[in-house]
Ligand binder design. Structure first.
Ligand SMILES: Cc1cc2nc3c(=O)[nH]c(=O)nc-3n(C[C@H](O)[C@H](O)[C@H](O)COP(=O)(O)OP(=O)(O)OC[C@H]3O[C@@H](n4cnc5c(N)ncnc54)[C@H](O)[C@@H]3O)c2cc1C
Length: 382
């Protein structure tokens, strides 16, 4: 494995960091407090090409690898984890599902529009009674002549109310044969309704909504992949998504660390660092430990990305990266709020935002427990 990212990836990283510092960081606190989807930022993301990062150029994307996607998402996660989730779910779930499992006609119809930002993408698997156990979804697709009719509800769909293109999962197997099939639908389709928009504790500027499917009629050409084959397809997409989510979590931990370093440097006396000290202080220990663990989590994330880019098995490593990075982001943001003291809990301080955002990243695209389950299966049955 090459540790040197190379000049092109380093230039990309620098460009995105500068873009974030200029366009995203200054508005992140305000967008979080408002809790509404920032369309102006979405337009800027599109202008930067960030809505088609790994899609091949023939579909209007940047044609970059997953390692580059991770670099972009770490920068976005450091700047505003809500914007990072928009980019991650649009690229990593919706567009990637259509790219990996769609037919050529579907790719030509949807991917250039997604890559240009003409429409945002959503990927709707989770239901009120089915999250970790995705095979138990209740949304049903029944044959209707040559096409299908879908009925059911989805919850916690990122971009649920703002997307133009939706990948939706439904059960098509009979009793005792719980097969899932994926469908692509467009905003405005009769029977595709948007329900409650979630008021989340964190990642508040990311749109999260319920979807209600009431006799949503779709032609046969809107089936994505094989009828009955979508469970496996969804798991493949989620495995890759976990690498991307891990990169965002590394970015959140980095944001917290930078906040902590700024604070300690600004007020060294508060931390016993205004006089030479022979021993390790609480602040030094906290910052050093987080810095070391960020590097460890990033290396795990880049290893998983490298495996994915190399066409090698990567599911176990993706789960390890998500588990370690997600837990690190939670730990780092908690400790930095502690380090800052009462001001860290003020809504004026970004520290508390990082803390609230980190929690939801531990849950989305498979909770820490689900990652432990995946890793333990590899250990015990692999
Ligand atoms: C911000 C955010 C955005 C999201 N965006 C999307 C999206 O765009 N599309 C989409 O389809 N979904 C989305 N989700 C849903 C997300 O993937 C689910 O919340 C997640 O998979 C967990 O499912 P659940 O909420 O139903 O929890 P449950 O599955 O009910 O789990 C509840 C608890 O039980 C634990 N648990 C469950 N099963 C096991 C087990 N077998 N062993 C041990 N512990 C277990 C879990 O770890 C968790 O702690 C999003 C979630 C969040 C928070």
């Amino acid at each position: 494995m090459e540790f040197d990212l190379g000049p092109e990836r380093l230039a990309l990283q620098k460009r995105i960091r500068e873009f974030c510092d200029a366009e995203i960081v200054p508005r992140a606190q305000e967008n979080d407090l408002k809790g509404t989807f920032p369309w102006d930022v979405a337009k800027k993301l599109a202008r930067e090409g960030l809505l088609g990062i790994v899609l091949p150029r023939e579909y209007g994307g940047l044609g970059l690898d997953v390692l580059s996607l991770c670099l972009v998402l770490e920068e976005l996660g450091r700047a505003d984890a809500a914007i990072a989730l928009t980019v991650e779910s649009h690229n990593g779930l919706c567009a990637n599902h259509l790219f990996l499992h769609g037919d050529e006609e579907q790719k030509r119809r949807y991917l250039p529009r997604l890559a240009s930002g003409e429409v945002l993408g959503a990927w709707a698997l989770t239901e009120p009674g089915a999250g970790s156990d995705a095979a138990s979804i209740k949304t049903r697709a029944s044959r209707n002549g040559d096409g299908w009719v879908l009925n059911g509800s989805k919850t916690f769909t990122t971009q649920g109310s703002v997307a133009g293109v939706y990948v939706i999962f439904a059960k098509t197997g009979g009793n005792g044969k719980p097969e899932l099939t994926a469908f692509v639908a467009e905003k405005g389709a009769a029977g595709l309704g948007v329900g409650k928009i979630e008021k989340k504790m964190g990642i508040r500027a990311s749109d999260t909504a319920q979807l209600h499917l009431h006799d949503l009629r779709l032609p046969a050409e809107n089936v994505v992949g094989r009828v009955g084959g979508a469970f496996k397809d969804a798991m493949r997409v989620l495995d890759a998504g976990r690498v991307a989510i891990a990169a965002v979590s590394v970015g959140i931990a980095r944001a917290a660390l930078e906040e902590g370093v700024r604070r300690v440097k600004a007020r060294p006396g508060d931390y016993g660092l205004d006089v030479p000290s022979p021993g390790l202080t609480y602040a030094q220990k906290t910052l050093a430990q987080i810095a070391a663990e960020i590097d460890a989590a990033r290396l795990l994330t880049h290893r998983a990305a490298w495996l994915l880019d190399s066409g090698k098995p990567f599911a176990r490593e993706a789960s390890m990266a998500k588990l370690v990075s997600g837990d690190l982001a939670m730990k780092a943001t908690t400790e930095i709020v502690d380090l800052i003291g009462p001001e860290g809990g003020s809504l004026d301080s970004p520290g508390q935002r990082f803390f609230r955002d980190a929690k939801l990243y531990q849950i989305g695209e498979g909770s820490s427990q689900i990652q432990q389950l995946v890793i333990s299966r590899h250990l015990l049955h692999g």
